[in-house]
Write a protein that binds this ligand. Structure first.
Ligand code: ADP
Ligand code: 5GP
Length: 206
């Protein structure tokens, strides 16, 4: 009897403002047994963001100390701030067979791919155009103009990486894009590479 429960990683990237957090909220309504990887950042909290829920907000010194101590699976400088994924909670969640969800940038994706490729399913998400992205960033009303300009400039570089990902979603109609992401979140848990070859065959024989 095959009863394996395997941890898997669902990694999302895409320009800031494309709708990753919004889409994830829809995914959470439909899946269970997941763990969202809370990143550590030196960015200041936005209004409404809570330390330990949205991010772990730390000083630059704390972040640099954490790098030295090997605290991160990956880290990167994005839009002038540091962001990193802590290793320990991820290892724990994977060992418990959870679906671990990352919302990280294209640099982080490259590193994670090199370190734990077998478990990872990656999705690049974007808006139908740069203009729509700008509208979303402005209507979200969480960032100053110079921050928005920086994010738009960065988006032009990030989009060039989309073919490095397993899947590509254009978040135009929220309902359609949510359905696509939910489908991926379900299917990424049954990737053949997640199963232990020898153990599975042995169990199957018996
Ligand atoms: P990200 O997490 O990628 O930075 P958000 O989820 O914060 O992006 O979304 C940015 C803004 O766009 C939010 O105001 C959100 O409500 C809005 N938004 C997200 N998806 C859509 C969509 N499909 N259509 C219209 N607006 C959207
Ligand atoms: P925001 O400041 O809008 O929350 O995030 C800005 C960017 O940083 C997004 O592209 C997001 O995916 C990325 N990001 C968030 N956490 C991490 C992380 O831990 N590592 C990396 N490499 N990027 C991250």
């Amino acid at each position: 009897m095959i009863e394996e429960k395997n941890g898997a990683v669902l990694l999302l990237s895409g320009p800031s403002g494309c709708g990753k957090s919004t889409l994830l909220k829809e995914v959470y309504k439909e899946i269970s047994d997941y763990y969202f990887s809370i990143s550590t950042t030196t960015r200041a909290p936005r209004e409404g963001e809570v330390d330990g829920i949205d991010y772990f907000f730390v000083s630059k010194k704390e972040f640099l100390d954490d790098i030295k101590e090997g605290f991160f699976l990956e880290w990167a400088e994005v839009h002038g701030n540091y962001y990193g994924t802590s290793l320990k909670p991820i290892k724990k969640a994977l060992a418990l067979g959870k679906l671990v969800i990352f919302d990280i940038d294209v640099q982080g994706h490259e590193i994670v791919r090199k370190k734990i490729s077998r478990q990872v399913t990656s999705v690049f998400i974007t808006t139908p155009s740069l203009e729509v992205l700008e509208n979303r960033l402005r209507s979200r009303n969480t960032d100053e103009n110079d921050v928005i300009e920086k994010r738009l400039k960065n988006a032009k570089t990030e989009i060039k990486y989309f073919q490095k990902y397993d899947y590509f979603i254009v978040n135009d109609d929220l309902q359609i894009a949510s359905k696509q992401l939910i489908a991926i979140a379900n299917v990424c848990r049954i990737k053949a590479a997640l199963f232990d070859n020898d153990k599975l065959i042995k169990d199957w024989y018996n």
